[in-house]
Design a protein around this ligand. Structure first.
Ligand SMILES: [Zn+2]
Ligand SMILES: [Zn+2]
Length: 313
C-alpha cells in the first residue's frame, strides 16, 4: 500500500487544504465585496470549464463547436488545474467504459475516500494503465487546441489558476495579497476540485437509479445543484451522449446546459445530441428502479443553491 502512495500529491493536496482553511478564516473578515463577486464569477467559470468543457464537450463530444468554442472551453478548463484535457478525457472515457472495476480510475467500489480524492494520492491501478491504452483518443489527438493545452498545460494552468485570480483583485480594487492568494485563489481552486470530485463519489454512491438499477451511478440532487447539473448521474451513465446529461432541459440545477444553449443561440455550438422521450421511458420501464421521477427544479433547489453560494463565498 505504502509503495502506491504518491507522496508529492499527498503533500500538495495537504498543503492546498491547509491553505484553504486559512482562506476560509480570512473570508469571515471584512473583505472587499468585489473580491466575493469575483470569487463567485471565477468559480463558475472554472466549474463550467469542467462540466461543459472537459466533460460534455471534450470527453463525450455531446455537441459540436467551432474553433472559438475549442479555445474558450480550453481556457476555462485552465482556470482550475485538473490534469491536461487529454489525460482527463482519457480517464473519463475509461471511467465510463469500465465503471466500478479496477480499470475505473475513480472506482467507487474502493470506498468513498478513494473515489472522491484518494485516487489522486495513489498510483494508478495497473488495469487503468493497461485498459487506458485501448481508449480511442484519435479525435483529441487531431484537435490542435487540445494538443496545444497538452503541451503547455502547466504554464497555462499556472497563469489562469493562480496568476489571474491573484492579480485581478489586487490590481483593480486593491485587495490584500493574503486575501487574493488564500481566499480568491487557493480556496476557490480547492472548492472547484471538490465540486468535480463529488460527482465521482456522492453521485456514484448515493441516490436513485431511475434509468438503470444495475449500475452504481445515481441521481443525486445535491450534487446536481452544486455541480451545475452533473449529479443526474444514473441518467448520464445510461445515456452518456446527451448534452444535457439529464432527462429534462430548462432546469435551474443544470447550469451547464444553459451555457451550451447560450453558445448555440449565438451560432458557436451545433448538433446538440439528445435522447428521445420515448427511448427514455422505455429504458426506465425496462431497467429502472421505479423510485424517482424527473422533475424540474423547485424553489427549494434555488434556496439550496443560494445558501451554498452564501456559505462558500
Ligand atoms: Zn461522463
Ligand atoms: Zn461517473
Amino acid at each position: 500500500m505504502l509503495e502506491n502512495i504518491v507522496w508529492r500529491n499527498v503533500f500538495i493536496i495537504s498543503a492546498l487544504h491547509a491553505a484553504s482553511c486559512y482562506g476560509i478564516y480570512l473570508k469571515s473578515f471584512d473583505i472587499h465585496l468585489y473580491s466575493r463577486i469575483f470569487f463567485l464569477f471565477y468559480a463558475h467559470v472554472s466549474g463550467w470549464g469542467v462540466t461543459a468543457g472537459r466533460h460534455r464537450y471534450f470527453s463525450h463530444r455531446s455537441f459540436k463547436g467551432n474553433r472559438a468554442v475549442d479555445i474558450l472551453l480550453m481556457l476555462m478548463t485552465c482556470t482550475a488545474f485538473e490534469q491536461s484535457i487529454f489525460t482527463w478525457c482519457r480517464d473519463h472515457r475509461l471511467h465510463h467504459k469500465h465503471s466500478e472495476t479496477n480499470a475505473d480510475p475513480y472506482n467507487s467500489k474502493r470506498g468513498f475516500f478513494f473515489c472522491h480524492l484518494g485516487w489522486v494520492l495513489l498510483r494508478k491501478h495497473p488495469d487503468v494503465k493497461e485498459k487506458g491504452k485501448s481508449i480511442d483518443m484519435s479525435d483529441l489527438k487531431a484537435n490542435p487546441t487540445v494538443m496545444f493545452e497538452y503541451k503547455y498545460c502547466l504554464l497555462l494552468s499556472f497563469i489562469f489558476t493562480i496568476i489571474v485570480p491573484l492579480v485581478v483583485p489586487m490590481y483593480f480594487w486593491n485587495e490584500r495579497f493574503l486575501v487574493a492568494l488564500f481566499y480568491g485563489t487557493i480556496y476557490r481552486y480547492a472548492l472547484v476540485l471538490h465540486m468535480t470530485w463529488s460527482v465521482n463519489s456522492f453521485a456514484h454512491l448515493y441516490g436513485m437509479r431511475t434509468y438503470d438499477k444495475s449500475i452504481k451511478p445515481a441521481e443525486n440532487n445535491l450534487v446536481s445543484t452544486i455541480a451545475f447539473g452533473e449529479g443526474f448521474h444514473n441518467y448520464h451513465h445510461t445515456f452518456p451522449w446527451d448534452y444535457k446529461a439529464a432527462e429534462l432541459s430548462g432546469d435551474f440545477r443544470n447550469m451547464t446546459t444553459y451555457l451550451i444553449d447560450l453558445l448555440a443561440a449565438v451560432g458557436m455550438v451545433t448538433e446538440r445530441k439528445t435522447v428521445s422521450q420515448n427511448l427514455i421511458e422505455k429504458r426506465k420501464e425496462r431497467t429502472g428502479d421505479s423510485t424517482w421521477k424527473a422533475t424540474t427544479s423547485s424553489i427549494k433547489d434555488i434556496f439550496i443553491y443560494l445558501t451554498y453560494i452564501y456559505i462558500v463565498s
